[in-house]
Design a protein around this ligand. Structure first.
Ligand code: NDP
Length: 450
């Protein structure tokens, strides 16, 4: 029996039965429902209104064929996805992921998590997610463009500035958003803020590129300050990944006085004891789109280890997993604790396995769960939507100030909910509960709509 509450137990059993081939989705649902137990016990209106069974079923799940032509003339076919999970508090909002591992389970887990994350930002955004099992690695610019155009030729009928606003995620950066936006505009003949993460010359927001990584550090700094009277200053930091989230988390951690000693990609990790040179990482990853071991060509004194899993054996005070789901397991968590790591803040979505989270919680590690700690990206996407609606642009400083404020508020509301319903400082429960209550109350107010 996973739950003491029989209502939650019944809903969870049905989720497992109906989605038996979707382990990541079941993992995400279990984690959230576990946190909600004290709220469900306290509020009988939740069961009466069928809120939990309505919450775990997406409002819409769309799959479609994406046919495109490779440079050598071969016709290729991928599968496209969009899940429109919950619109109780605003239009669906969530990124697109292009990666060969993308499937129903990954898209549904990400969409489910997105609902609570978006709610936590305090902005009016519902939850959605999408993507494709297309692998952008090794593809030419023209192949990427043709794929994006074909993908959008189907997706466009399901989205809109007041309906569903996709953004980037793994494998979908500024280049892909540009191609997707161009095709949308061409089909509907309408210039609207239908995507976020756009280039600055055509409706993007200053600060969006940096937002998830910076936001992660703002959240972590606030958590350190409020719960330990401490800060990033003088700390050693290990960051997995070397994509958008990882690079800007490293930049902000460094500006707060920390030293980032290790970063990775899916092939392996580099260790540079005096601090990784971020200009080199940006050159390799953002400009040349090459592998991280190229770092040694610039800094031969650094060390490269093949395979990314053992990055957690590098001694550090603060670990920021910023690559992908379930990348940090029990073994990795134990290695971090053994080496004195006392803060883990998730930049990626669900990077720590449930067993790893237990290790952190039972060793008094300050743990910041993804849906609170990495919400800065979608929050700034929300700010991009506001600017598009106003036909106006804020300065970098204006956006960054709002982002800092939002991350502080997210910490405060997750902490407050943890005090009220769970154990003070249990931010996993606190974030789930704070995100949930707003959605739940909105669903009840709107009647049995979804
Ligand atoms: P990018 O594609 O820019 O970078 C992803 C990084 O993770 C790359 O270094 C990649 O290495 C590595 N990686 C991907 N898959 C694996 C894997 N299976 N094992 C090890 N490393 C892997 O993505 P983002 O930085 O945008 O996203 C990273 C995470 O943050 C994701 O979980 C995403 O959902 C989450 N996130 C992103 C937001 C954003 O604004 N971008 C917002 C909120 C969450 P390689 O290049 O070798 O594949």
């Amino acid at each position: 029996m996973s739950f003491k509450n029989t209502y939650l137990q019944q809903v969870f059993a049905t989720v497992c039965e109906k989605n038996s081939t979707q382990p990541e989705f079941i993992q995400a649902v279990k984690e959230v429902l576990t946190s909600l137990e004290p709220v469900v016990e306290k509020r009988p209106d939740i069961e009466k209104n069928g809120i939990i069974e309505r919450l775990v079923e997406p409002e819409r799940f769309i799959t479609f064929k994406v046919a495109w032509v490779a440079d050598n003339g071969k016709v290729c076919v991928n599968r496209g996805y969009r899940v429109q999970f919950n619109s109780a508090i605003g239009p669906y909002k969530g990124g697109l992921r292009f990666h060969p591992s993308v499937n129903d389970s990954i898209i549904k887990f990400l969409g489910f998590e997105q609902c609570f994350k978006n709610s936590l930002t305090g902005l009016p955004m519902g939850g959605g997610k999408g993507g494709s099992d297309f692998d952008p690695k090794g593809k030419s610019d023209n192949e990427i463009m043709r794929f994006c155009q074909s993908f959008m030729t189907e997706l466009y009928r399901h989205i809109g500035a007041d309906v569903d606003v996709p953004a980037g995620d793994i494998g979908v950066g500024a280049r892909e958003i540009g191609y997707l936006f161009g095709q949308y505009k061409r089909i509907v003949n309408n210039y609207t803020g239908v995507l976020t993460g756009k280039g600055l010359t055509y409706g993007g927001s200053l600060g969006r590129k940096q937002a998830t990584g910076y936001g992660l550090c703002y959240f972590t700094q606030e958590m350190l300050s409020k719960m330990k009277n401490d800060s990033f200053s003088g700390k050693k930091v290990v960051i997995s990944g070397s994509g958008n989230v990882a690079i800007y988390a490293a930049e902000k951690a460094k500006s707060f006085g920390a030293t980032v000693v290790a970063m990775s990609d899916s092939n392996g990790y580099i260790y540079d004891e005096n601090g990784i040179d971020l200009d080199i990482i940006k050159q390799i990853k953002e400009v040349e789109r090459k592998r991280i071991f190229e770092y040694l060509n610039y800094k031969p004194t650094a060390k490269y280890t093949e395979g990314c899993k053992n990055i957690w054996t590098v001694p550090c005070d603060i670990a920021l997993p910023c690559a992908t789901q379930n990348e940090l397991d029990k073994e990795g968590a134990e290695a971090l604790v053994k080496n004195g790591c006392f803060v883990v803040a998730e930049g990626a979505n669900m990077p720590s396995t449930p067993e790893a989270v237990l290790v952190f919680q039972s060793n008094n590690v300050l743990f910041a769960p993804a849906k609170a700690a990495n919400a800065g990206g979608v929050a700034t996407s929300g700010l991009e939507m506001s600017q598009n609606s106003m036909r106006y642009s804020w300065t970098f400083e204006e956006v960054d100030t709002k982002l800092q404020e939002i991350m502080k508020n997210i910490f405060a509301s997750a902490y407050k909910a943890s005090e009220e319903y769970a154990t003070a400082g249990d931010l996993v429960s606190g974030a789930n509960i704070a995100g949930f209550i707003k959605i739940c109350d909105s669903m009840i107010a709107q009647g049995v709509a979804y």
